[in-house]
Design a protein around this ligand. Structure first.
Ligand code: X2N
Length: 525
């Protein structure tokens, strides 16, 4: 009780002071302490240079939060490619460029941890026991399980389903209503999240689960979505309604998935190639014999859907907005599709997964969009053991974080000439192709979910690298390729590219983000 007494005495003493004295203690003392500690830190030769900041704890949050790439570029000019900054009480060490990609994506498992950086944000949203709420060895196997639904055979079945969803959206949604109208305006920040969830749930979760999105479940997904923001990264749990809604939504949605899991198991007609739910029912026993529970399978389904949702929705929103400024490019893509269909002798409904591989301009448009708009502008790991930065005297201590930003390299003149120019054809030059070959060398490594490139020092890494490398790349290309071909074949549109909003989970277009569309002569509706 002595501590309590001392504290109470302290409060009485504080209240007895004049206002000026109180302000001095509350503001001036922390302020001076902050300056002094930064000065002392700057004297240490074994520490990465720290970006100066005035406000304790907050640090450089405002500059980073509003314009991360400009902030990184300013810091690089002052400190070089390696620097640390304070972000809301966390010390972030950034290493820009290909060497930084290698340093962080290929860091040893024992030295850095993704789960310790992300689990506070993701576990309430996805649920317990999966992704970042389990040891890394478990995550590696979960990725292997999920990949059974991401094979060439599966993709062949997904393409017609995805296209059907888009065409039905074009027919029924108020943004288009193509049976009744031949021109109109659509907000891509409404249409693309909806088209993404409809196409992903239809292909990965099956027809039954897809139907839920037309019913009361839409609100639950919206509640869950609102719990997946940078605010939740900084404050994972507060006694506020939006956190309660997030938790209730996670429970209700996962309970619903568990019902579907039970239904399918009792029915017993599992098809390993049908969708992700069947794949996970067949492949969910870890190497040590432990079986994932139904709750864990349901949580993994939520995580995968959530991951694909934000990243894909923003990517298709961005390519629509860029293409709206480039009618000639739309025509080039249109001609590419028509030439292929003519050769086949059919219409868009005949376009298959294999055909998508024969449309370089489609794929390079997606590739260029991911260059200019990498969905995740900053990727974090928590440092678990003192980490020596190669070829320097710097040691990053345990408890700090490392931050890697391929999106910075993607938009830097150092690696991409005329980086501001949305130009899918840049990927078609001999130099770009030669580069791709050198980075896709035969050197591969398997962390448990299939082979990935060993080296991760490409300046272009929209899907990251190393043991946490994205497994959704091929699915994203199938989904986005089908979305893009279906848009181009049915419509042409104009738009203005808006500014980037960096304060969401992914780099989104600021509102308004409208396209003004009209039907093409080949419109199927
Ligand atoms: C307050 C005005 O705004 O500046 F989803 F199965 C599912 C990605 C984690 C990004 C964290 C912090 C921004 C502060 C702004 C799955 C598909 C994944 C991969 C400061 C004043 C999720 C947190 C974003 C910090 C930026 C975690 C995604 N493929 N999906 N001040 O990803 O993979 C998944 C994986 C993260 C972040 C931030 C501020 C597997 C401000 C002022 C304001 N960030 N952010 N995924 N900030 N301000 C995913 C990785 C995993």
């Amino acid at each position: 009780m002595a501590i309590v007494d001392t504290a109470i005495d302290g409060i009485h003493y504080f209240l007895s002071l004049t206002l000026t004295q109180q302000i001095t203690i509350l503001v001036v003392v922390p302020f001076v302490y902050n300056l002094l500690s930064q000065f002392i830190y700057s004297l240490r030769k074994d520490r990465v240079p720290m970006v100066f900041y005035w406000i304790p704890w907050v640090g450089s949050a405002v500059q980073f939060g509003q314009q991360p790439y400009e902030f990184f570029e300013d810091c690089r000019k002052k400190y070089g490619d390696i620097f640390s900054f304070m972000l809301l009480g966390k010390v972030m060490t950034v290493y820009l460029g290909p060497k930084g990609h290698e340093f962080i994506f290929n860091a040893k498992l024992s030295d850095v941890s993704a789960e310790d950086a992300y689990k506070h944000l993701t576990t309430p949203v996805f649920g317990k026991g999966v992704i970042y709420d389990c040891p890394n060895s478990r995550l590696m196997e979960q990725k292997k399980f999920a990949k059974f639904a991401l094979t060439t055979d599966s993709f062949k079945q997904y393409v017609p389903k995805i296209r059907e969803e888009i065409l039905s959206y074009f027919t029924n949604d108020v943004s288009f209503k193509l049976k009744e109208r031949d021109h109109g305006v659509a907000s891509v920040m409404k249409t693309q999240p909806e088209i993404t969830i409809f196409t992903a749930s239809r292909s990965l979760f099956g027809d039954e689960m897809r139907k839920q999105f037309d019913r009361s479940f839409a609100q639950l997904y919206a509640d869950l979505d609102k719990g997946f923001t940078p605010v939740n990264f900084v404050f994972p749990n507060l006694p506020l309604p939006h956190y309660w809604k997030r938790d209730a939504a996670q429970q209700k949605i996962s309970a619903h998935y568990m019902k579907e899991i039970k239904r399918r198991r009792e029915l017993g007609d599992l098809d390993p190639k049908r969708d992700l739910i069947d794949s996970l029912l067949i492949h969910s026993t870890y190497k040590d014999g432990v079986k994932m529970t139904d709750q864990e399978i349901a949580n993994l389904l939520i995580g995968i859907l959530m991951g694909g949702q934000h990243t894909s929705a923003s990517t298709s929103a961005w390519f629509l907005l860029h293409l709206g400024e480039k009618p000639d490019l739309q025509d080039d893509i249109y001609n590419e599709i028509c030439a292929l269909l003519k050769e086949k002798g059919g219409d868009l409904n005949d376009l298959t997964y294999e055909d998508l591989q024969k449309l370089p301009l489609i794929n390079n448009t997606i590739k260029e969009t991911l260059r200019m708009h990498m969905p995740l502008h900053s990727i974090f790991r928590k440092v678990m053991n003192p980490l020596l930065v190669p070829n320097t005297k710097y040691v990053i201590p345990r408890g700090h974080y490392v931050l890697v930003s391929p999106g910075y390299a993607h938009t830097s003149e150092r690696w991409f000439e005329n980086q501001d120019d949305f130009n899918p054809k840049r990927w078609d030059t001999d130099a770009a192709k030669a580069n791709a070959v050198s980075f896709n060398s035969a050197d591969e490594v398997d962390y448990g979910f299939g082979k990935v490139s060993k080296g991760v020092s490409s300046p272009y890494l929209p899907f990251g690298g190393g043991r946490h490398r994205c497994i959704g790349e091929q699915f994203a290309y199938v989904q986005l390729g089908t979305i893009l071909t279906t848009y181009i074949y049915n419509l042409k549109w104009t738009s203005k590219v808006p500014n980037v909003d960096y304060q969401s989970m992914v780099t989104l277009p600021e509102l308004p983000a409208d396209i003004v569309w009209e039907k093409r002569e080949t419109c199927m509706i």
